[in-house]
Design a protein around this ligand. Structure first.
Ligand code: ZN
Length: 274
């Protein structure tokens, strides 16, 4: 499943191809994604408009049009975006095709259909969208140790579940939550009200370090973007905790442990992560 770094890598790829281009024709399939494809609003607000910029909020891609509309794409579990030459063969599970004014097409492919496509009409604000309840981005200046400590005050929740709560911080999923806490040396089951400001500082620093490193690793896929539709950078970031159960910890050699927390596989070093 694409997480924040993968979506950011795709954003950077799209940002090199889309701004300035006009969407001349839209073809949408009939299959329902996580939400119904807004065929009418795609024709009304996106077709005929020009792309201004491509931004990201959590794991949403926000394609801003010059008429004030937004095309919002979430990749879900298996969603992929890619730039293709017009006339090149279509793939099974291509659900949306945006023909640009330069013979290129942006295509959205999603085999399991947990992704979503939304259109925000010009002038509408984000408060009614799925973006409304999101907390700060990990790279935002307001994501500080004090903010986290304040949010966590009096709450008895495990640290890992807290970090994966998008109201606390946007875009941190299961894989990177495990990696961040391994890097920070903090036990994923630790109750959040018990963390000191110093420990929250580690959470902030490790979040930025791990996510930035993952984005840089995924960055190598950008050059393939035209043909390869934004493949994820997962396998280039060397994972230290996630999926490593039974293997020796890189710093102390104790075996990495696997546990289920809130239904998700959780990996940590029982010795290094206190
Ligand atoms: Zn260890």
């Amino acid at each position: 499943m694409p997480e924040l770094p993968e979506v950011e890598v795709i954003r950077r790829g799209l940002q090199t191809h889309l701004p300035g281009r006009k969407v001349v024709e839209i073809t949408a399939g009939n299959k329902k994604l996580r939400l119904p494809v807004p065929r009418k609003n795609l024709k009304k607000y996106i077709q005929g408009a020009r792309v201004e910029s491509v931004a990201r909020r959590a794991k949403f891609l926000l394609i801003a049009m010059d008429n004030g509309a937004y095309l919002i794409i979430h990749l879900g579990m298996t969603g992929r975006l890619g730039m293709f030459r017009a006339g090149s063969s279509m793939s099974k599970h291509d659900h949306l095709r945006l023909q640009l004014d330069n013979s290129m097409q942006l295509r959205f492919n999603d085999s399991r259909r947990f992704g979503s496509i939304q259109v925000l009409a010009p002038g509408s604000d984000f408060t009614n969208s799925m973006l409304a309840d999101l907390g700060p981005e990990p790279f935002d200046p307001e994501f500080t140790p004090a903010y986290l400590q304040d949010y966590a005050s009096g709450k008895s929740r495990p640290l890992k579940n807290f970090l994966m709560d998008s109201r606390v911080v946007a875009g941190i999923g299961n894989i990177y939550a495990c990696e961040i806490l391994f890097h920070a040396g903090l036990n994923p089951e630790k109750q959040v009200y018990r963390l000191s400001l110093k420990e929250w500082t580690k959470v902030v620093e490790s979040s930025r370090y791990i996510l930035q490193k993952a984005i840089s690793c995924g960055g190598t896929t950008i050059s393939d973007f035209v043909n390869e539709s934004g493949q994820s950078g997962y396998f280039q970031l060397e994972l230290q905790a996630y999926g490593q159960q039974g293997r020796p910890c890189r710093s102390c050699s104790a075996a990495i442990v696997k546990k289920t927390m809130a239904g998700r596989s959780t990996f940590f070093c029982p010795k290094c992560q206190k």
